[in-house]
Design a protein around this ligand. Structure first.
Ligand code: GYE
Length: 306
């Protein structure tokens, strides 16, 4: 209670609100857009933003959070690189009376009092959307459909959930078979490398499901270098909907994109204000998004901001 009073009085005293944000890294186009949204929105809100990039390493994020605790920031926000292993550092923040807001990715902590809210997408639903499109596409096919999957960062919420949602839906058609599934760490370089290995090991790949656009874009290079046509010889589904993804989709190289909105900055700053004003806020704030075929992508591309 004493600590809560301290933050409340900091907000009331007219002193600039300090927000410590521990970002995952700069692994993808999605992440770049997300970082920009947070930086722009903090500026607009008049907050003092302390920003760190963990280069996709949990230990770096934990260090950054501990630094924010020492600096006595008003609020800590972060996008946890993986789901597990946060209880200790979150408890340290709680004991210091510093509220924590999760953005983009979830933690699997049993004690939900360790954070105020989680703002982000429903990744299971994204995986389901990808699966539904595929089930529909192959509903009349009698042959086996060989699927390869490029997973996001191992142990991350979007990798776990996008896989789970997709698997849940494609189960309904036993012809749809995931013949290989590996992490591409959400990056183009790794997406390309793993796709090259997939192509070498498997003669007959019909579908690629990539957990983000960047890995799909890397894989497209590998597919073209192997003399195959992305989007035709191999049907491609990805998640995010960044500009480069839309560009590839509008050229017919990606067949279906499930949108994941990176522009979380505005909602985050509002949540910071509410938390500091001791307002009740929902424990879960889900962002809204859509799905896009190649045709949709062609229309949408000129409007894409990121
Ligand atoms: O899909 C991917 C990024 O956590 C939703 O992280 C985010 C994911 C996004 O690297 O491109």
């Amino acid at each position: 209670a004493a600590a809560a009073a301290t933050t409340a009085s900091a907000a009331q005293s007219g002193k600039k609100v300090t927000l410590g944000f521990a970002q995952v890294g700069a692994e993808s186009g999605w992440r770049t857009a997300n970082t920009k949204s947070i930086q722009d929105s903090a500026k607009e809100a008049g907050f003092d933003l302390k920003f760190s990039d963990a280069q996709q390493k949990q230990e770096n994020q934990i260090k950054a959070i501990r630094t924010y605790i020492q600096q006595k920031v008003d609020v800590i926000a972060f996008s946890p690189v993986v789901e597990s292993g946060w209880d200790t550092v979150l408890k340290e923040a709680k004991d210091a009376g510093i509220p924590v807001i999760l953005t983009d990715r979830a933690v699997d902590s049993k004690d939900t009092s360790l954070y105020k809210t989680f703002i982000g997408s429903d990744f299971v639903e994204e995986g389901r959307s990808a699966g539904k499109w595929l089930v529909d596409k192959y509903k009349d096919t009698k042959d086996t459909v060989n699927i390869v999957e490029l997973q996001g960062t191992t142990g991350s919420a979007p990798a776990n959930d996008r896989k789970a949602g997709f698997d849940e839906i494609i189960k309904s058609n036993p012809n749809l078979k995931v013949i290989a599934s590996q992490t591409g760490d959400f990056t183009r370089a790794k997406g390309k490398e793993v796709m090259q290995a997939f192509l070498k090991a498997n003669k007959n790949i019909n579908v690629l499901y990539a957990h983000n656009d960047d890995m799909a874009l890397g894989a497209i290079q590998a597919i073209e270098e192997a003399g195959l046509k992305p989007g035709k010889d191999i049907v491609i589904i990805s998640v995010d909907g960044v500009k480069d993804g839309f560009q590839a989709a509008s050229e017919g190289k990606i067949n279906f994109i499930v949108e994941c909105n990176p522009l979380l900055g505005g909602q985050l700053m509002q949540a910071v204000r509410d938390v500091l004003a001791n307002k009740e806020i929902p424990k879960r704030i889900v962002t809204k998004e859509g799905v896009f075929t190649s045709e949709d992508a062609k229309r949408e591309l000129p409007n894409r901001q990121y």
